[in-house]
Design a protein around this ligand. Structure first.
Ligand SMILES: Cc1cc2nc3c(=O)[nH]c(=O)nc-3n(C[C@H](O)[C@H](O)[C@H](O)COP(=O)(O)OP(=O)(O)OC[C@H]3O[C@@H](n4cnc5c(N)ncnc54)[C@H](O)[C@@H]3O)c2cc1C
Length: 397
């Protein structure tokens, strides 16, 4: 490989869908480089929650676009990411929660999200697994749902191969060099240095999920994105956990969410007090805390064994919003800010658009670039209020 119209770094959901969209937009030669194998990062390990009930207008737009994309995949690709329209409840436990939720709901409704308010007794009726009388009501959207992350990796692999993206696995991005070095000075090209040689590219998109800061450093770009441990577990089956009586729930105050999974309940959470950094070891003590909170709200889980437990590193940004923007003239950065299942396809399409034209019809990306961060990595945007309670510090890894 010596020349390409575009090189995309990273074979996760953001990089892979971005490469696919660049090819769809008409670029003849799109190369995706992945240092391991596609899907080996956060994208195969996620819980798959897809929510249009975003905390900011940008979050809502990205969720709406991505959900629509998941629903359209079968027609476009002959396969899909396994989206299940399960319905998502965000319960409120205090009057302050209620006020914030009602304000958010007005913003979401104005953007076309069919979200509605459930009074406390309606919450209990819609969620027979929830301990009754716990909430002060909550917002509910029956169009929210979840995808199967491994199936999404399979879907984007099919999309890449079908569309003719050249997928180079076990090829690491090593940096950028001034244009044309690989092909003897091709005009207007930027040279991508890889573990397997150089490629002259018309444009470059940098992704990397929890490793994006390190990818950025190789390119000489400071990207305030980090990684933190996130744990997920699946209980054994129980008749009470039938998907028909179990909407997905996000206990925002605790940062604990759950959804049905194969007759049991999948739940996930990060420890907000843990220092950020790569970590894939299961923290049994913290898992016990997650289980205790879950058992208080969903009592049937108290006596259930666990069928699966895993920990993985999740990406995040200081304001929990995505990064979509040009870093250098021909270099675009894309990060889903820890929401790559619910926002990933939209972030990928917007990044492809920005790489090609500087703007996108997915959403106005102008507030979402790297220029919103100061030298210490602080964002001038308000933090997305519906996010996992990650540390706001950025890991140096
Ligand atoms: C346990 C867990 C649960 C989650 N649950 C949800 C959820 O329910 N809903 C939701 O929306 N999001 C969820 N997420 C977040 C979501 O998975 C991520 O936001 C998303 O996968 C990020 O996609 P990505 O493509 O940016 O990164 P990744 O999937 O991590 O892909 C980045 C790729 O870049 C490659 N790479 C890194 N460095 C280089 C290099 N130098 N050269 C070449 N390649 C390189 C990596 O090997 C990797 O394959 C979860 C994450 C975790 C870990």
């Amino acid at each position: 490989m010596r020349t390409a119209d575009a090189v995309v770094v990273g074979g996760g959901t953001v990089g892979a869908w971005c490469a696919y969209f660049l090819r769809q937009a008409g670029l003849a030669r799109v190369v995706l480089i992945e240092k391991g194998f596609v899907g080996q990062g956060a994208s195969s390990r996620a819980a798959g929650i897809v929510r249009m009930q975003g905390g900011t207008p940008e979050a809502v737009r990205l969720g709406v676009w991505s959900r629509r994309f998941y629903l359209s995949q079968r027609d476009e690709l002959g396969t899909d990411s396994g989206f299940v329209e399960q319905g998502y409840l965000l319960p409120c436990f205090t009057e302050a929660d209620v006020a914030a939720a009602r304000e958010r709901m007005a913003m979401q409704s104005a953007l076309g999200v069919p979200v509605r308010w459930l009074d406390p007794d309606e919450v209990d009726a819609a969620n027979p697994t929830l301990a009754p009388g716990q909430t002060r009501g909550g917002t509910f959207c029956d169009r929210d749902g979840y995808i199967s992350p491994p199936r999404n990796v399979a879907a984007y692999t099919v999309a890449l191969l079908r569309s003719g993206v050249e997928v180079a696995e076990h090829v690491a991005f090593c940096g950028l060099a001034p244009g044309g070095a690989a092909s003897g000075g091709a005009a207007g090209a930027i040279t991508v240095d890889t573990s397997h040689g150089r490629i002259d590219a018309g444009l470059v998109v940098l992704t990397g999920g929890p490793k994006l800061a390190a990818v950025g450093r190789l390119a000489g770009v400071r990207i305030p994105a980090g990684g933190a441990r996130h744990q997920v577990a699946v209980t054994e089956r129980h008749p009470d956990l039938d998907p028909a009586r179990l909407p997905m729930v996000f206990d925002l105050a605790a940062g604990l969410y759950w959804r049905p999974e194969e007759g049991g309940l999948l739940f996930g959470m990060s420890n907000p007090d843990e220092p950020p950094g790569e970590n894939r070891e299961v923290d049994e003590d913290y898992l016990a805390k997650m289980r205790a909170r879950l058992a208080r709200l969903v009592p049937v889980t108290a006596g259930l064994g666990l069928r699966r437990i895993w920990a993985a590193t999740i990406d995040y940004t200081p304001d929990h919003l995505p990064i979509i923007g040009r870093a250098l003239d021909q270099v675009t950065v894309a990060c889903a800010g820890g929401a790559g299942m619910m926002w990933g396809p939209a972030v990928a399409r917007a990044a492809a658009d920005v790489a090609l034209t500087g703007s996108s019809d997915v959403l106005d990306v102008s507030p979402l670039g790297l220029d919103r961060f100061d030298d210490a990595g602080r964002s001038r945007l308000a933090t997305d209020p519906i996010a996992l309670p990650f540390p706001e510090r950025i890991s140096s890894s």
